[in-house]
Structure formats: C-alpha cells, structure tokens
Design a protein around this ligand. Structure first.
Ligand code: MN
Length: 329
C-alpha cells in the first residue's frame, strides 16, 4: 500500500482547498467530497466544493451536500482562486471532471488526485492512487486515522456512504477484511447501516421508476443471450419527468441474468449527447473498447461519448465484441 506522505505534504502546504470529483457524481464521489470537506475544516482550512454536474437528491442527507456548487461559469469562483489548491477525488482522468478542468485547474496553485481507479504509472507516482482500495472513502478513512482527525458522525456517514455504494453493499471484488474493519469502526461511531441503505437505494423518485420501466423495455439480446443492450433517449427522460442521472444504475440490471456477460447502455442526456456505458462479467475487457472511441474506465466498467448516431455506434460496439462470442454463435 502506498504511503500517505505525498498527500499529507500537499494538505500541509496549502491553507485553501477546492474539492471536486468526477462527472455524474456517485455515492463515493459525494461521500469522499463531504468527508474530506468536514475533515479539512476541522484542521482550520478553508474549503470549497465544486462539481461539474448536480448531485442526486438522494445524497442530500449528507452533512455538507448543500455546500457543493454546480459549476457553470467563472463568476461562481472565489476572486482569490490563485491562492487555492485543488483536490480531485474518485477519478484520475482530468477529462472526467467536466468544466472544472477548464475553469478551475488552470487557475489554482497546484492539484492532487486521491483515487482508486486503474491508472498510468506516471500519474500514480505524483498522486495518491490505491487501485486495491474498495473506494476513495476507504482511502480517506486511513488518511484521517493517520492524521488523527476525529471521525465525527457526519464524517462517518459520508465515508460509509461511499464504501457501501462502491462495494455494492460489501459484495464487489475489492471488498476486503479491511473494508469490513472500517465499516465496523464507522458503525461503532454511530452510523446506522439501514439508514444509509434506505437513503442510497430506497429514495429514488417515481419518475426514476418510470424511466427504468421505459429503458428496460428497450432491452435487446445478442450473441446467444450473452450481450444485453439498453437504450435511453432524451424523449424518455422528458416523458417521465426524470433526470439523466437517475438512469445511472440501470446498466446493472441485465447483469443479474446468469447468461449475460456484457451489458451495454446507450443513453442520451437532456441535451441529446449520446454516451455508451459498458459493463462486463469475467474476462472481457470493455475498457479496451471504450478507449477505441476516446473513452476509458476499468476492465469491467467503462464508457465513452459517441460521435455517431445510436444505430451506428451500437453496431460498431457489437462488432468489437464479436471475437469474444465467435464460438458461441
Ligand atoms: Mn469510487
């Protein structure tokens, strides 16, 4: 495991911090932002939170969720932004922080990444990236212990949220004894696991439920029922009164079927921009396919923005998957 020296030096070196996380922030992104916000404040630092996309309503129970500003334009930034340092959480891809890359990154004194996604060696060397960690929140827990920062209940709830989200409630492959040990400590501090579960998984709007029903009805199966494809158009979002972010977990639904090895989700946002998300079980590397089209991700979870219309890109992706399923055709 990497030491915390680089990160602790960075935190000591500056007094003012801006925190951000990846586009379409998930439970680990928001949880790590909130936890680090409160922890840095307890050290007497000045801290601001900016994201490129709004956070989902279900995370509004977190202590500082209302402090997160959705960044649209320069005028929202502090006048003394040149005195700030930027901490980028839960992604190591500067293309994945949206407008923060254009408006904040060039103006701050320095930046530092805290993340657990796969990365290039040169990025890992100068940042804090632990690929084996279940979540960014798991890394932050260890940081707080190292710095002897008191983990208050709001910090504990934020950390627990990120860990529960990124481990699929303690079942995904990077869930380790260390993850359970941290969960044990957080629950001793007073976190109520059932409350967090309800907030994350049982707080969706009815519009999200309607959207799910529409998206699931687009399901198509390919390659002897090993590949599933779902589609969401902007019209579906408008008809349901939903928002784009409410579709983020729908790609996981087909994977619950035993025969499905790859799940594809072609989704248009409200502005009509088409994105393709890919998930796989087993040894199919979907990040390779996403990289072909300018995207990225992990071996089992990746995505890219499409410059082609839906039917064209769907066929291109299916063609890329063909070699994996030649024998079963
Ligand atoms: Mn994460």
């Amino acid at each position: 495991m990497a030491g915390f020296d680089g990160l602790t030096h960075f935190l000591e070196n500056y007094e003012k911090f801006i925190l951000t996380a990846h586009e379409t922030p998930d439970g680990d992104a928001v949880g790590s932002e909130c936890a680090l916000f409160l922890a840095l404040q307890s050290l007497g630092k000045t801290v601001l939170l900016y994201n490129s996309d709004p956070i989902a309503h279900k995370y509004s129970f977190l202590g500082c969720a209302d402090k997160i500003v959705t960044l649209k334009e320069e005028s929202q930034l502090p006048e003394d932004i040149a005195d700030y340092a930027l901490l980028i959480l839960d992604t190591n891809d500067l293309h994945n922080i949206g407008v923060v890359a254009e408006l904040v990154l060039p103006r701050v004194k320095a930046y530092f990444i805290v993340d657990h996604h796969e990365s290039e060696e040169d990025i890992i060397e100068v940042n804090h990236i632990e690929e084996s960690a279940s979540s960014t929140c798991e890394i932050l827990f260890e940081l707080f212990e190292k710095l002897e920062i008191e983990i208050t209940l709001p910090i504990a709830e934020a950390l627990f949220t990120g860990i529960v989200y990124d481990t699929g409630s303690f079942i995904y492959p990077k869930t380790t004894p260390r993850t359970f040990m941290i969960a044990y400590i957080l629950s001793k501090i007073g976190v109520n696991p059932n409350k967090i579960y309800q907030k994350i998984y049982e707080s969706n709007s009815v519009s999200a439920l309607r959207l799910q029903s529409k998206v699931l009805s687009t399901l198509e199966l390919f390659y002897d029922q090993h590949v599933a494809a779902q589609t969401m158009t902007k019209e579906m979002i408008f008809e349901c009164g939903a928002i784009y972010e409410e579709a983020d977990a729908l790609i996981n639904v087909p994977l619950k079927s035993e025969s499905i090895r790859v799940s594809l989700f072609f989704k248009e946002n409200e502005a009509g921009i088409l994105r393709c998300s890919l998930r796989s079980k087993g040894n199919i590397n979907v990040a390779e396919i996403a990289q072909t089209y300018g995207g990225g991700g992990h071996k089992t979870a990746a995505g890219f923005k499409s410059i082609w219309p839906l039917e064209t890109i769907k066929q291109k992706v299916l063609d890329k998957l063909l070699p994996y399923f030649m024998e079963s055709k």
